[in-house]
Design a protein around this ligand. Sequence first.
Ligand code: UTP
Length: 279
Amino acid sequence: MIINKCLFPAAGYGTRFLPATKAVPKEMLPILTKPLLQYGVEEALSAGISNMAIVTGRGKRSIEDHFDKAFELEYQLIENSKKDYIKKINDITDAATFTYVRQKEMLGLGHAILSGQPLIGNEPFAVNLADDLCINENGENILFEMITIFNKYHCSVIAIEEVPDDQTHKYGIISGKLLNNSDNTFQVDSLIEKPAKNQSPSNLAIIGRYILTPDIFEILKTTKPGKSGEIQITDALIKQAKNGKVLAYKHQSKRFDCGSIEGFVNATNYLALKKGIIK
Ligand code: UTP
């Protein structure tokens, strides 16, 4: 089994970024000069995946345009002796294939993943929530590491990180025990979506990277709406976890929650400093 495809759920409303997200998809907001979604696509490419499956929705057409050729723009750049930019706009378009499906109603992340089934088919796949920007500093790549774990254990793998006790209500949280110290894996017994501080089984929070086995689609079809009335991927994973089929990987990347304004600003400052744009 090889991971050939990466699914990008990108249909959410991005309410926290209104009014910016009224006409611009949250996933197209730039950190420096690149949209969030492009960082996700580049991460998948460097993990060895070249087939990008994107779940979009109404008002998200600019995503398709971004990953397509732009002949008029190329012509203008050549005419105006700005050829250097051509590579910047074409590299990503040439390196990957992009397929799209629309989530017709925004019924939650689990529903968005289920909407991607026609693009994925019956094979294990990666999921990347591009608003969780993972900067892989020392040559590591979070998706690549998760694929390596998948190849060893052949079951779903979810990325986790430790969060402060007063932050658990913002995340899906796992309960489980350390499986292998050398590859930072935990055997997941159960999961709970956004628990209150005193009801959280741990402070190990799920972030936006998953490797999922395709049986998740059948489970999602019968998963009832949970917290906030949305179909939660966490609830579907509980069923796999009960059969011992979910591992968690404590990742080593630097992650920014770019779905929040604070995380978005921090990511921008971090990369601007790193690239010497600001001091
Ligand atoms: P979020 O809950 O962070 O995104 O979902 P949101 O709903 O767009 O943001 P707010 O809370 O309104 O500000 C995490 C990811 O899941 C996708 C989002 O696009 C985001 O990438 N998502 C969420 C969907 O594709 N469909 C949904 O129905 C819900």
